[in-house]
Write a protein that binds this ligand. Structure first.
Ligand code: SF4
Ligand code: SF4
Length: 379
């Protein structure tokens, strides 16, 4: 059992965040492992081109505080890297670095922003469902990986925290391929655990000063949760985060799969925390795609027979708000089922092939795709 450090952090004022990060380093004795000469990669959640105050990406104040602390220890080789959603290209990265505040950090702190869009296959012979991954090169070449996640809900995986953040180590449009290969949530999350075991981040920080509730990871609403987290184990961290957002662990398949492998327990009560007490938000809004286990209402012997029909009728589906859609095509580009077409400058979803992965919802820059529950569920 590894420690999860919690620090109550009221705002993103740089001084406040600096103190918070210093406290995590001290509590977890991280100064002893971050030695001068190591090649460090910071992997913040940079999902898309959004400003920090929109709460979709890891806040730059936290990224900068980690850089500052590393530099105070004499670490000079620091690169910020992520593969956001969409095409993995230099122009896309440049725009995202600028919008998310990473460009300013690089200039102020003299650290590198990754521009290498190559990837390398890394095998994972012990993988349960996936035996290897193409990973972006800076991750493969790093001596030390620091993941910086953002606490958000996630329409497909339920929780976007420490484990889910590593999906950004897979380059660009290879990500939708994984949704296509693993359309079932449990399999997809099992793949995420395999990925986490392949990347093996050395430390993970989580920005939970302001989190995202509701239809995360990009269309939810912001919620002040007032904490930062740090831990060596991404699994223990997600267990703690599930308690913060009051999400049952048995419905969070990254945790279920990790627990089945003995990487963590199923009970948040088992997490060993240090620092400030964990704050819990019992009314934290879950994604509309989640929260009802339809099959629980069906007698077990009938489940295999009725499951396809129940899924087709009752699983919430993505729907385009035509008045908001700007016809940019990012949803179609990210759709693993290739079931979205842009016609008359608007996105159209052909639902018969939709696998309900919600990538389109995640990648829409203007929140034009919402997740629509069958009205029967609102009765
Ligand atoms: S339409 Fe949206 S939810 Fe359906 S498969 Fe495509 S990306 Fe996934
Ligand atoms: S739905 Fe969103 S992502 Fe798709 S074309 Fe319209 S604006 Fe772009």
């Amino acid at each position: 059992m590894q420690l999860v450090s919690i620090q109550h952090t009221a705002c993103y004022e740089q001084k406040v965040i600096d103190e918070s990060v210093d406290a995590h380093f001290a509590r977890l004795h991280l100064d002893e492992i971050c030695k001068p000469g190591i090649k460090v990669v910071l992997k913040p959640n940079l999902l898309m081109k959004r400003a920090p105050e929109e709460g979709t990406t890891a806040h730059p104040a936290l990224v900068e505080a980690v850089v500052r602390h590393l530099q105070s220890l004499g670490v000079t080789d620091i690169t910020i890297a992520d593969s956001p959603g969409g095409v993995y290209s230099k122009p896309l990265l440049t725009g995202i670095y600028k919008a998310t505040g990473m460009e300013d950090i690089a200039r102020r702190r003299n650290v590198k922003l990754n521009e290498n869009i190559g990837s390398t296959y890394v095998s994972n012979p012990n993988g349960v469902i996936c035996k290897g991954f193409d990973l972006i090169n800076p991750i493969v070449e790093a001596d030390f990986i620091i993941s910086i996640a953002k606490l958000k809900t996630h329409c497909m995986a339920g929780l976007s925290g420490a484990v889910k953040n590593l999906f950004g180590c897979v380059p660009g449009l290879m990500k939708p391929e994984f949704h296509w290969r693993y359309p079932e949530e449990k399999d997809f999350c099992n793949m995420l655990v395999d990925l986490c075991e392949t990347v093996k981040p050395d430390i993970t920080f989580v920005d939970a000063v302001v989190s995202m509730e509701g239809d995360g990871p990009s269309s939810g609403s912001l919620r002040e949760t007032g904490m930062t987290f740090c831990a060596a184990s991404p699994y223990e961290l997600d267990l703690a985060l599930s308690k913060v957002i009051h999400r049952p662990t048995e419905q969070t398949y990254t945790i279920v799969n990790a627990a089945e492998r003995g990487l963590c327990s199923m009970s948040p009560e088992d997490v060993k925390v240090c620092g400030d007490p964990l704050l819990v938000y019992e009314d934290f809004k879950q994604p509309r795609s989640k929260g009802i286990d339809f099959m629980a209402f069906v007698p077990a012997p009938l489940r295999p027979v009725v499951k396809p029909a129940v899924n087709r009728l009752l699983t919430p589906r993505p729907q385009v708000k035509k008045s908001v859609c700007i016809g940019c095509g990012k949803c179609a580009e990210s759709c693993p089922a290739k079931t979205i077409r842009i016609e008359d400058r608007k996105a159209h979803i052909y639902h018969e092939n939709c696998i309900k992965c919600y990538c389109c919802h995640e990648m829409c820059p203007v929140k034009a795709i919402h997740v629509r529950r069958n009205p029967i569920l609102n009765l």
